[in-house]
Design a binder for this molecule. Sequence first.
Ligand code: U2P
Length: 265
Amino acid sequence: MTMALSISIFALLLITFTVAVASTADVDSSLLLSSNQREFDYFQLALQWPGTYCRTTHKCCQKNGCCRNSGAPQHFTIHGLWPDYNDGTWPSCCTKSNFDEKEISTLRKDLDEYWPSLSCGSPSSCHGHKGSFWGHEWEKHGTCSSPVVKDEYNYFRTGLTVYFKYNITEALSDAGYVPSNSEKYPLGGIISAIENAFHISPTVVCSGDAVKELNLCFYKDFKPRDCATRSRMDNSKTSCPKFVSLPTYDSSRLGIVGALESFVI
Ligand code: U2P
């Protein structure tokens, strides 16, 4: 055997070995929490009020939930199911698991209606590319939900199940808090309505006086608990004034641009 041939065989063996080790590492790390992030303490179900979020929509496209039926949904929609720490921080991007839309095909109808993206943007994923809203939520938060939620399908199924169990829109409507562009409601009344219906205390985030986000928190067994606050500075549990609105949003004024875009995307 010539020297050149021996070197080639050695190089080939080295490459084969390296590829084998690398792919084994990939498989393992897609199942495990990355070592520098410990297991989360509790779940936060983050809901968004489309009538407020959609005000920042400047164009329509097929995936933008603000534009369906010519207006934003008039129910809270899911932003994410977030595993959080008790100190108000959270783990993110815990494994190398890439979002695969096929895994959630059977949930698609409910996700479109109750967990839609409220923009045409493509949020960045954990692995350097841009993708869908669902991909962002799975890769950033879902992958950190282990050992309670172990895979993508169960992450979205669990989010929907908790959302349906705590039907905030219905509880508020039963108490007289309905979507309106003219009414202002006492924030205390909104919080009490939810506490009375579910024995859970929400945190509420506003944009001006419009409710933008509402968060419910749960122990790992999904029994209700309070959400953590990061510091004494933000332990007021709300960024809202005393009287708030639940606005509606009409996207029909965005017109033909949106209609055409929905065909090309
Ligand atoms: O609140 C602003 C953004 O911070 C991220 N967030 C907030 C609270 C929390 O417990 N976990 C968390 O990730 C959210 O980022 P996103 O998931 O949208 O990328 C939230 O929008």
